[in-house]
Design a protein around this ligand. Structure first.
Ligand code: DON
Length: 343
C-alpha cells in the first residue's frame, strides 16, 4: 500500500518535474507562485499529523507560499501569516548552530551525516551496528530523531536556559524576527513524547549523550514547538540559500563556508524515507516538519517555503511538495540542471 502511494507520488512529482529542460527561461516569480497556489489550493490529499494531539486541530486548509530572492524580496501567495509549529525543520537550524559553534567535524564525528533512509522517529540508529569511522560513535543523522536529540544536547551552555537562548536566537536570526514557542503544541508534545524520551534514555545508557538526556529531550521538544509562518520559513530557507546571510535583514547568521555541509545533510535526509524521490524530482536540499511546513533551498537563487498541514505517508506535506516542485522547476531552481548558455 505504502509502495503504491509512494510510486503514485513520485509519478506526480516527476510529471511536474518534466518542465522542458527543467528551466523555463524568463518565468515571472510572482506569476509562478500565484499559479502554483491556484493549482494546488483545492488539492485535498493527505492528513494532518495526529500523534501530537495539538497538530490534529490545525486547519487543514491553511496554505501559504513564500519565495525569497537574493535582494530580500519576499514573493508570497495565500496565508503566510498564520503560525504552525516548526517541528522537524528546527533540526536543520540546531544542527547548523552546532556546526557554526563547533565546526563541521563535530556533527560528522559525533552524529554522522550518512543518509539513513529511515522514518523521522526511527530508533534503528541507536541500536545499529554501523559506527562513524574512526570515532566509534553510532552512525545517526542530525535530521532523524536520535541524531537530532544528540545535536540539541551538543549546544553548549551552563544551564537549560542558556542553551535555549542560543537555540531560539539562531532561529530568530535566520527568520529575521523574534519567534516564540506555541505553548499548546509544546504541552501536547511533552505529554505524548514517550518515544523520544525512550530514545534519550537509551542514548544515555549507551553513552552517546553524555548527561542530562531529559534536558536534551525537553529542549528538542521546545524547539519543535517554535511557531513560524510561511514567510518566516521562506526567509530561513533563503538564509541558507545565500551563504548563511539573511537576505532580508542582512545579518550573517553563520559562516558561509559551513553552509554546504548543512545543505548536504538536508539533501540526503530532509524528507526522510522519501528524500531520494524528492531529490530526483527537484534537486533541492529541503526539510519537512509534521506541522505542515517544508523549506527548500536553491543555492544562490532562492529560498522557498510552503505551509500546508496535510501530510503523506512519509510525514511530508502533500501540497508543499507539489507547489515547491512546480515553482522551483519553472524558475530553474534545480542545481543539477544545466543552465542554458547566457542565463
Ligand atoms: O520528534 C517529533 O516527534 C517531532 N517533534 C518532530 C517530528 C517531525 O516534524 C518529523 N517531520 N517530518
Amino acid at each position: 500500500m505504502k509502495r503504491t502511494i509512494a510510486l503514485a507520488a513520485v509519478a506526480a512529482l516527476a510529471a511536474t518535474a518534466a518542465i522542458p529542460a527543467l528551466r523555463a527561461q524568463g518565468a515571472d516569480p510572482q506569476k509562478t507562485v500565484d499559479a502554483a497556489y491556484a493549482k494546488f489550493r483545492t488539492l485535498k490529499e493527505g492528513k494532518n499529523a495526529d500523534y501530537i494531539p495539538a497538530l490534529a486541530k490545525v486547519d487543514p486548509n491553511l496554505f501559504g507560499i513564500a519565495l525569497v530572492t537574493a535582494d530580500g524580496k519576499v514573493i508570497t501567495a495565500g496565508d503566510v501569516k498564520t503560525e504552525v509549529s516548526i517541528q522537524s525543520i528546527s533540526k536543520v537550524f540546531t544542527m547548523a548552530q552546532v556546526i557554526e559553534e563547533q565546526g563541521l567535524d563535530s556533527v560528522a564525528k559525533r552524529i554522522g551525516v550518512d543518509a539513513t533512509g529511515a522514518r523521522f522517529n526511527s530508533i534503528i540508529a541507536v541500536e545499529g551496528v554501523r559506527t562513524v569511522v574512526g570515532t566509534g560513535a553510532p552512525e545517526m543523522n542530525p535530521l532523524v530523531n536520535p541524531g537530532a536529540i544528540s545535536a540539541t544536547s551538543m549546544v553548549r551552555g551552563a544551564s537549560a536556559d542558556e542553551v535555549w537562548k542560543k537555540i531560539i536566537g539562531f532561529h530568530n536570526d535566520s527568520a529575521g524576527r523574534q519567534l516564540s514557542v506555541l505553548q499548546d503544541v509544546y504541552k501536547s508534545e511533552s505529554d505524548t513524547n514517550q518515544r523520544n524520551q525512550a530514545i534519550g534514555a537509551l542514548m544515555l545508557a549507551y553513552g552517546y549523550i553524555k548527561d542530562n538526556w531529559q534536558q536534551a529531550v525537553d529542549l528538542y521538544t521546545r524547539q519543535c514547538s517554535i511557531g513560524v509562518n510561511a514567510k518566516d520559513l521562506g526567509v530561513m530557507a533563503a538564509t541558507l540559500a545565500f551563504g548563511g546571510k539573511n537576505p532580508v535583514t542582512g545579518k550573517q547568521v553563520m559562516d558561509a563556508s559551513k553552509v554546504p555541509g548543512v545543505l548536504a545533510v538536508m539533501a540526503t535526509a530532509g524528507l526522510y524515507d522519501d528524500s531520494g524521490k524528492w531529490l530526483y524530482a527537484t534537486g533541492l536540499p529541503a526539510k519537512s516538519g509534521v506541522g505542515g511546513g517544508i523549506i527548500a533551498v536553491s543555492p544562490g537563487k532562492f529560498g522557498i517555503a510552503v505551509v500546508s498541514p496535510p501530510l503523506d505517508d512519509a510525514g511530508n506535506s502533500v501540497r508543499a511538495q507539489r507547489a515547491i516542485t512546480e515553482i522551483s522547476n519553472a524558475l530553474g531552481g534545480n542545481p543539477y540542471a544545466r543552465a542554458k548558455a547566457g542565463s
